[in-house]
Ligand binder design. Structure first.
Ligand SMILES: *[C@@H]1O[C@H](CO)[C@@H](O)[C@H](O)[C@H]1NC(C)=O
Ligand SMILES: *[C@@H]1O[C@H](CO)[C@@H](O)[C@H](O)[C@H]1NC(C)=O
Ligand SMILES: *[C@@H]1O[C@H](CO)[C@@H](O)[C@H](O)[C@H]1NC(C)=O
Ligand SMILES: *[C@@H]1O[C@H](CO)[C@@H](O)[C@H](O)[C@H]1NC(C)=O
Length: 424
């Protein structure tokens, strides 16, 4: 722009000089007049051009500013409406990647609070102060994004006081993340297996936890329309809120991120040793009853304060299930509770819990109760059916663990081991 202006400004001056030089030898008034006319014409045209140039320049500048302003506005507007479309289309709160990276210090190691079956979990704080737990899903899912969104959309609607609340998700740049409410009081394994922490859980709290998990599972199995099988129920998946109420976490994902099926045969068995039911481990057969088995293990662990896997006893080489079974058959089940060092005036509740636990871990899943029956049994004083022999009560021998060598440290101390074994 300015170049053109310069050129136009210089041209008349240059022309004037040329004409002046050429005509100087001949002194002719006629030609002088002619020369002046030419010069003035050229000059005025030049000035006109300059003026035009200036006007054009100012106008252009103004327009540019306008474009910048309106551009900004439409940009913002578009982004906002895009987001709105996304949200409405999915009926699901969406978080964006930058927001989550910011909340979790770029997913720093110091923010990592755990490692679940589907990926690491980070603690974060949103800009509005809400605390969240972000689960970054591992990328090996073979499932399509649409299916995943659909799944999350359903799970986000599940609400129960004994389930961890899913707040939303983030699907961006090859990443899939789930955002949950953050629960400050860690998971159940942190308390019941620790000598000092376990003192914080007296029997009423433990019983509240046992019944709470049962109600949460019942909701997943029956009351929610989705019929969700958890598939990896264990102490580290039971989180505690500030009043020590249990909240089941990691539910629903098994549907999305597990294998192809819910109640059919699987090629691979995924779960955690010590909680897997026999029919699942041996035949890859998974059903609601497999969760019931895991629940039974949980109950025995909560009552006794011992891990099923890696359990050691000087008298035999059975796991916790086997130990409980023997004590039960010998009419001394209260000794199981005594091992958790919790003094209790609540003996009938303790015995009832052990009884229900043993009913859940029976070898034949057909004999196991459903969760509505479990909730019923825990809630009244009626006589209970007799449990049959449990499954996997010598699992320790089958799987691994010479307990003499690892007396002090149970092998699954972190409680987050996902083991995968090929089914036959
Ligand atoms: C997060 O990481 C990105 C690149 O990996 C970097 O540009 C950004 O500054 C980091 N932010 C923080 C808060 O560390
Ligand atoms: C559980 O969390 C609440 C609130 O953060 C806290 O006051 C309480 O001490 C915690 N309990 C335990 C046993 O850590
Ligand atoms: C699910 O099963 C169907 C048929 O059995 C198969 O075609 C498909 O590849 C499987 N999908 C996954 C993710 O395993
Ligand atoms: C649960 O078990 C009880 C007793 O075995 C049975 O009466 C009831 O029909 C079962 N409920 C469901 C939903 O299967």
């Amino acid at each position: 722009m300015s170049y053109i202006c310069h050129f136009l400004f210089l041209t008349p001056v240059f022309l004037y000089h040329v004409i002046d030089k050429d005509d100087s030898p001949k002194v002719n008034t006629k030609s002088k007049v002619k020369k002046r006319i030419v010069v003035s014409t050229v000059l005025s045209t030049g000035i006109l051009f300059i003026g035009l140039c200036l006007v054009l320049y100012v106008w252009k500048k103004k327009q540019q500013k306008n474009i910048m302003l309106t551009g900004k506005m439409t940009g913002n507007f578009q982004r906002r409406s895009n987001n709105k479309d996304l949200k409405e289309g999915l009926e699901l709160p969406f978080f964006n990647m930058d927001e989550l990276a910011c909340a979790t210090n770029n997913f720093s190691v110091s923010n990592k609070v755990g490692e679940g079956g589907f990926g690491p979990v980070y603690k974060g704080t949103l800009t509005d102060g809400r605390e969240i737990a972000v689960k970054r899903l591992s990328k090996n899912s073979r499932q399509g994004l649409d299916e995943f969104k659909n799944e999350v959309k359903h799970i986000v609607k599940l609400q129960h006081r004994n389930l961890v609340r899913l707040l939303g998700c983030c699907i961006e740049r090859d990443e899939t993340m789930l955002v949950y409410e953050f629960l400050p009081n860690k998971s159940l394994d942190f308390f019941i297996f620790d000598e000092t922490q376990s003192l914080l859980l007296d029997w009423p709290k433990r019983y509240n936890i046992i019944s709470g998990i049962a109600r949460g599972l019942l909701y997943l199995h029956q009351d929610s329309r989705l019929r969700i099988i958890h598939r990896d129920l264990k102490t580290s998946n039971i989180l505690l809120d500030f009043e020590m109420n249990p909240k089941i976490s990691d539910f629903g994902l098994a549907r999305s991120f597990g294998e192809n099926e819910t109640e059919a045969n699987t090629n691979k068995v995924a779960g955690t040793y010590g909680y897997i039911s026999p029919e699942y481990a041996n035949h890859g057969l998974y059903s609601l009853k497999s969760d019931v088995f895991s629940y039974g293990v949980l109950v025995l662990e909560i009552v006794s304060g011992n891990r099923n896997r890696g359990f050691c006893h000087p008298d035999h080489r059975l796991n916790l299930i086997g130990h409980a079974w023997i004590l039960f058959k010998q009419g001394r089940p209260r000794e199981l509770a005594a091992e958790s060092k919790v003094k209790t005036p609540y003996l009938s509740e303790v015995l009832r819990s052990i009884h229900v636990g043993l009913l859940c871990v029976q070898e034949n899943p057909e004999n196991g109760p459903n969760m509505s029956y479990v909730v019923l049994m825990l809630g009244n004083e009626d006589e209970l059916p007799q449990p049959k022999q449990p499954g996997f009560f010598t699992e320790r021998d089958l799987v691994e663990a010479s307990c003499s060598s690892s007396q002090s440290k149970p092998p699954s101390a972190n409680g987050c081991s996902i083991s995968v074994l090929e089914a036959r």
